[in-house]
Write a protein that binds this ligand. Structure first.
Ligand SMILES: C[S@@+](CC[C@H](N)C(=O)[O-])C[C@H]1O[C@@H](n2cnc3c(N)ncnc32)[C@H](O)[C@@H]1O
Length: 190
């Protein structure tokens, strides 16, 4: 079931999301937002024959980069306002209104070449990050498909602590920003 207070928060944010991320130079956490999305797309090597799912697509800034390259793109989000923004900017993207944490609709294909996501998984602790990635890999990816994730991440715990100090005015202690050393160990043992 969709948490309506949280959904409303994102519905409201949708109205100025693009402006907020593009005016974030030098500001935590969206400094370099465009470069981060571009780096993911470069790694993905988009081609028209690829089927791509972007989960928690927001206003479509990542999904749109694949749509422009001719890929068949699906975007999932629980905010109708975010999805409306995406459909205006990128009318060819197939949009799914669903809660990532609930059941995903039967209409969503299960044969993606690529599953991508940006600025999303830091909401989950390591166990739930790995659980979600495993669910996507098992249910929605073609054999040989890839999952590419862009997010707020640090190489180790001391880098995360240093960033928390530097950006203390914007830092959100309830989020679970990635610590590569820790997550890699869990993934290797999963
Ligand atoms: C920080 S925005 C990131 C949007 C986009 N991926 C980007 O890189 O710009 C997070 C998005 O996740 C969506 N979202 C949050 N919780 C969700 C949930 N439980 N299910 C589906 N979407 C959710 C919000 O509506 C919002 O669009």
């Amino acid at each position: 079931m969709i948490d309506s207070a949280r959904k409303e928060l994102f519905d409201n944010w949708a109205l100025q999301y693009d402006e907020a991320v593009s005016n974030s130079t030098g500001q935590y956490p969206f400094d370099g937002y465009d470069n981060v999305l571009s780096a993911l797309v470069r790694l993905a090597e988009p081609r028209p024959e690829l089927m791509v799912l972007d989960f928690r697509t927001g206003t479509g800034n990542l999904a749109g980069r694949f749509a422009i390259q001719g890929c068949t793109v699906w975007g999932l989000d629980f905010s109708k306002t975010m999805l409306e923004k995406t459909s205006i900017k990128f009318p060819k993207i197939n949009l799914v209104h669903a809660d990532l944490l609930g059941e995903w609709p039967q209409t969503l294909p299960t044969t993606f070449d690529l599953v991508v996501s940006a600025y999303v998984l830091h909401e989950f602790d390591t166990t739930n990050k790995v659980r979600l990635i495993s669910r996507v890999a098992e249910k929605y990816l073609k054999p040989g498909g890839r999952i590419l994730i862009a997010d707020i991440a640090f190489p180790n715990e001391s880098a995360r602590v240093a960033a928390a100090r530097r950006w203390r005015d914007n830092w959100d202690d309830t989020e679970h920003y990635w610590v590569a050393e820790e997550v890699l160990e869990v993934i290797e043992n999963t």
